[in-house]
Design a binder for this molecule. Structure first.
Ligand code: FCB
Length: 472
């Protein structure tokens, strides 16, 4: 079967500042919560930090040349808040903004469209010390930071994303503690979720006011594709509960102007939600989304908790920290979906991507969609001739791009796809142990080697048609 994409479809790749830049102490940059967290023993595998990462801060020219060689139409990157506004308040540091000006100019010179994300998890540590996302003021600080970046780059960047995966910031950062700042407090996680929603709303208004006309404003969510283990009403209710905590806690205020009633009820023992003040919901939805970014990796299977403890394959999903990221969901067990898995132990299931695109086609009528992240980690190693063959990743990409095309055929308006990730990089609490790149990075020499998947993807981007993947 030939899978073809429309002309103008954006073939992209994505990265994030803390995962690739390094140069952690250069040009006035201060620590973010991820510097503090990664330098705290026991938080990140093997004690890895983003101090050097893929050294993209110094190698961005070569990296853009590589993107051009691969024929990418667009590059999704994030701006490091503590590089641009080191204390999280007050004026910008020109040196930080200059780095992003140079990067964007380099992209434009190669005909690559920048897609800028303002926040991919690196909160300035000073703002965490002042209360972090559970504190309302952080949303106002974010809007101020958004204006600084818009003033500097609005003339040359068309596509703007406020937040990347606010679910992770709120529920892994303040709930399970698997991510920075490593706090385990259900109430703090729910407050953080609301203040992230508010930050999106205030940030989008600041962008709209500061940007020239016809700039596009987006958010990148990571909706969970929640599936009940069995058709029983108990398992359906477990799926409903997790869907509220994973998805509707964001899509409710963003798209429907309200928090879902069942979410408020489910979490009543933790909070009465009085941190949502009058007028907040109007602020969150004031600027309609021009684009909705969706990140998808794998589905989530849940059931009602068994009274005898987790069944085989079930668990409380503590994300390794012993504290669940799901507030008030002790009644739910999580199950590994059947099928082959990636190096993250995430099940490969492309139907989830189709489902999520069709769901948001209904929930956000008229809003064009982008797949802002999709990809897989495998244990890639260079062969004797130095080449890196990653047929599993090629099959993963082929399957998911085919699912995307199916969603388009069924009516989804999907404008582009960003492979996660351009380069191998710092995979958060897994450090450098997980390689998601289409391009291999030798962290000793910082040499870049495009893997087989990068060549395959370049061919897809060039022809607008998916080449056949290698046989399994
Ligand atoms: C997403 C993150 C991204 C990367 C991928 C694997 O949750 O946005 O930074 O870590 O997962």
């Amino acid at each position: 079967m030939t899978v073809t994409f429309p002309p103008g479809f954006l073939w992209g790749a994505a990265t994030a500042a803390y995962q690739i830049e390094g140069a952690a102490r250069e040009g006035g940059r201060t620590p973010s919560i991820w510097d503090t967290f990664s330098h705290t023993p026991g938080k990140v595998l093997a004690g890895d930090t983003g101090d050097v990462a893929a050294d993209h801060f110094h190698r961005y020219r070569d990296d853009v040349a590589l993107m051009a060689e691969l024929g990418l139409d667009s590059y999704r990157f994030s701006v490091s808040w503590p590089r641009v506004q080191p204390t999280g308040r007050g004026p910008a540091d020109r040196r930080g903004l200059d780095f992003y000006r140079r990067l964007v100019d380099e992209l434009l010179a190669h005909g690559i469209k920048p897609m800028l994300t303002l926040y991919h998890w690196d909160l300035p540590q000073e703002l965490e010390d002042a209360g972090g996302w559970p504190a309302r003021d952080t949303a106002h600080r974010f809007a101020e930071y958004a204006k600084l970046v818009a003033d500097a780059l609005g003339d040359r960047v068309e596509m703007w994303t406020t937040l990347n995966e606010p679910w992770c910031s709120a529920f892994l950062g303040y709930g399970s503690g698997q991510h920075a700042p490593g706090i385990q407090d259900d109430l703090a996680a729910l407050r953080a979720a609301h203040h992230l929603n508010l930050a999106h709303g205030l940030g989008a208004q600041a962008l709209r006011a500061a940007l020239p006309p016809r700039r596009q404003i987006a958010i990148a969510l990571n909706p969970a594709v929640v599936r009940p283990l069995t058709p029983s009403p108990e398992d359906a209710d477990a799926a409903r509960r997790i869907d509220a905590l994973a998805n509707r806690v964001f899509s409710g205020p963003l798209l429907q102007g309200a928090y879902p009633a069942d979410l408020v009820e489910d979490t009543a023992a933790i909070t009465d939600w009085s941190f949502v003040r009058d007028g907040d919901l109007a602020e969150i939805g004031r600027v309609p989304l021009d684009l909705l970014g969706l990140n998808y990796y794998a589905p989530t299977v849940v059931s009602a908790a068994s009274p005898d403890g987790p069944r085989a394959g079930g668990g409380k999903d503590g994300h390794g920290t012993g504290h669940s990221p799901w507030p008030a969901a002790g009644s739910v067990d999580f199950h590994q979906p059947p099928g082959e898995t990636t190096a993250m132990e995430w099940t490969v299931d492309a139907t989830g991507l189709r489902d999520v695109l069709l769901r948001y086609t209904e929930e956000a009528p008229g809003v064009p969609l982008l797949v802002t992240e999709n990809g897989a980690a495998y244990d890639d190693k260079p062969g004797p001739n130095g080449e890196v063959h990653d047929p599993d990743r090629v099959r993963y990409l082929h399957g998911h791009l085919t699912a995307l095309a199916e969603a388009v055929a069924a009516g989804a308006d999907v404008r582009g796809y960003y492979l996660w990730s351009l380069l191998d990089n710092f995979e958060w609490s897994f450090g450098y142990s997980k390689r998601f790149g289409a391009v291999y990075v030798d962290y000793e020499s910082q040499a870049r080697v495009p893997k087989t998947s990068a060549r395959w993807y370049a061919e897809a981007a060039r022809t607008g048609t998916l080449p056949e993947p290698p046989p399994a």
